[in-house]
Design a protein around this ligand. Structure first.
Ligand code: KIV
Length: 274
């Protein structure tokens, strides 16, 4: 046996056990170095389909493919040893039928080695969640603002503005929980609705722009690192990475233009052939 202590990874039952307990800290990651950096602090790392917008410069998440999610899921799994890793099912990969969803989710699980998948769960998704969970695939739901539905609702809009929407969000969350979702993301809804959903479902809720009273919180990591010139209002920015990178790039370019490097830098020292 190896002398090195093996790091133990967070499990789905341990996430479920945190309902009403110590809040779950969750962030997104799309690559190995970021996953390594977040792993110590996070209970759960989500390989979000936000990768399409954050990394690939797409205008929405609708163009994200299964292949992209698998590629980024593999990269995150190389960096995360402790956190539970969840990979998003992209638009078009799970809505058609439970069996199509199973085939695609099984690929994601087998090829990345992740521990669970997430799907945006409108009222229609409960049958699919049950089908996957019964066949060994842990599922995280996602209600409220569902970015993959932005073409139906007309943009990235706060949801639950009227009674009909509130009812739909509550129904979707309860249906996802009853179908076996181990946790549910609640995105972009009024605080009182997020609190009501959190009380109504047996599994942990993970808020994003929702309520501090959810069982956990998630943010897009690059948003909270201050990577972009625009950040959603609800995001607390913990670092100013955009400024740090911009200043470092300028300082580097200035050094290059001034040839301001000691001879030992930017040079491989290879002995001359005799
Ligand atoms: O894709 C994503 O990053 C997400 C989170 C914002 C919850 O779904």
């Amino acid at each position: 046996m190896s002398a090195q202590a093996k790091t133990r990874r967070m499990t789905v039952p341990e996430i479920i056990a945190r309902k009403g307990g110590a809040p779950l800290a969750c962030l997104t990651a799309y690559d190995t170095p970021m996953a390594r950096l977040l792993d110590e602090s996070c209970d759960l790392i989500l390989v979000g389909d936000s990768v399409g917008m954050v990394v690939h410069g797409l205008p929405t998440t609708v163009g994200v493919t299964l292949e992209m999610m698998i590629l980024h899921g593999k990269a995150v799994m190389r960096g995360a040893e402790k956190a539970l890793v969840v990979v998003d099912m992209p638009f078009g990969s799970y809505e058609e039928s439970p069996s199509t969803a199973f085939r695609n989710a099984a690929r994601v699980m087998a090829e990345t080695g992740c521990q669970a998948v997430k799907l945006e769960s409108g009222p229609y998704a409960a049958d699919t969640i049950r089908y996957l969970v019964e066949r060994g695939i842990p599922v995280m739901g996602h209600v409220g603002l569902r970015p993959q539905a932005m073409n139906v609702v007309g943009g990235f809009k706060v949801q639950g503005r009227d009674e009909a929407q509130r009812q739909e969000i509550m129904t979707s969350a309860k249906a996802a929980a009853d179908a076996g979702a181990f946790a549910i993301v609640i995105e972009g809804v009024a605080e009182d609705l997020a609190v009501a959903v959190t009380k109504a479902v047996a599994c942990p809720t993970i808020g994003i722009g929702a309520a501090a009273a959810c069982d956990g919180q998630i943010l897009v990591t690059q948003d909270m690192l201050g990577m972009f010139d625009w950040t959603p209002k609800f995001v607390k920015v913990y670092a100013e990475i955009r400024t740090v990178i911009g200043e470092a790039a300028t300082a580097y370019a200035d050094d290059v233009k001034a040839r301001r490097f000691p001879a030992s830098e930017h040079t491989y020292h290879v002995s001359k052939p005799s």
